[in-house]
Design a protein around this ligand. Structure first.
Ligand SMILES: NC(=O)c1ccc[n+]([C@@H]2O[C@H](COP(=O)([O-])OP(=O)(O)OC[C@H]3O[C@@H](n4cnc5c(N)ncnc54)[C@H](OP(=O)(O)O)[C@@H]3O)[C@@H](O)[C@H]2O)c1
Length: 256
């Protein structure tokens, strides 16, 4: 197999790819949702796309847990806690959000689903490898470390912001199935994409709690993906709605 140095080099290469993707996304919006357009391959039902592209996050992580806990007979608590944190987010993203969001009549290009499937497979493998092999066993007292406590807290706060902001959009879509409207409640009164803000905080929390190169690489990828999209969403709102609040920021309340 590979050494820890080789693994770290692979992650750094992966981070370099995130920088390239960030630069591309500053010029080209990923073509799904409000930015959907032709020319990106055949379209598939959006709900199917979301479930398929997010499923490696559950399958790959669970295979690692099965191998390390049930085949190799390991029993450490901290790895199991990280699994719980990961699965809580991804069970919701893969099997709950796609059924709650009003996307049954929506489509997405297969190229987006394939790219996300590839990203999720690599990213989950890196994080699982890191938790269960490179950094394992995390000692039991890791759960009282400042990193774990601060990271887990940030993850929970981020998840709350992400889900509660998505809930506002879900409610708006129910009331206005065919049109976009200006969101006004919750953190939307401060920024255009608080759901992305929550998602970014979650994975920064994960990076801190795991205190691993793999965790930080994931947070970096989420930022590389969602910062350009938050910028595009904000410009889209300003173009679409003349009355869009001019003091509303893109992603970070009061700052940007
Ligand atoms: N980890 C990552 O890198 C990553 C990447 C992408 C997404 N995500 C997460 O996945 C979730 C969905 O992401 P997304 O990019 O699809 O979010 P989004 O653009 O905010 O859209 C979410 C849902 O709300 C609807 N919606 C958005 N704005 C609306 C408005 N003004 N009026 C009425 N309906 C509106 C959308 O409808 P339409 O489909 O018609 O636009 C869609 O069904 C978020 O929680 C996000 O954080 C994570």
């Amino acid at each position: 197999m590979f050494s820890e140095a080789q693994f770290n080099l692979f992650i750094l290469t992966w981070v370099a790819l995130a920088i390239v993707v960030f630069v591309i996304l500053m010029f080209i919006n990923a073509p799904y949702g409000r930015h959907l357009r032709d020319g990106w391959g055949i379209n598939i039902p959006a709900r199917l796309g979301w479930i398929a592209m997010e499923s490696p996050t559950i399958i790959v992580m669970t295979l690692y847990v099965y191998y390390y806990y049930f085949v190799l007979g390991r029993s450490e608590l901290v790895g199991a806690l990280f699994y719980l944190i990961w699965i809580t987010h991804y069970f919701h993203r893969t099997f709950v959000w796609p059924f709650r969001a009003q996307i049954s009549k929506k489509v997405m290009p297969i190229s987006i689903a394939l790219f996300a499937f590839f990203f999720n497979t690599i990213n989950t493998s890196i994080n699982a490898e890191s938790i269960f092999k490179v950094h394992a066993p995390y000692p039991a007292h890791w759960i009282t470390s400042p990193q774990f406590i601060c990271g887990a807290f940030l993850f929970i706060v981020g998840m709350y912001i992400n889900i509660s902001s998505d809930n506002i959009l879900i409610k708006m879509r129910k009331q206005s199935p065919d049109d976009y409207v200006i969101p006004k409640s919750g953190l939307y009164s401060w920024v255009s994409s608080p759901n992305y803000l929550g998602e970014i905080l979650e994975w920064i929390g994960w990076a801190i709690a795991t205190w691993s190169l793999a965790g930080f690489s994931f947070a970096f990828w989420v930022i590389a993906n969602l910062v350009p999209r938050a910028r595009s969403n904000h410009h889209w709102y300003l173009e679409k709605f003349e009355e869009y609040p001019k003091n509303r920021k893109k992603l970070i309340p009061g700052v940007w």
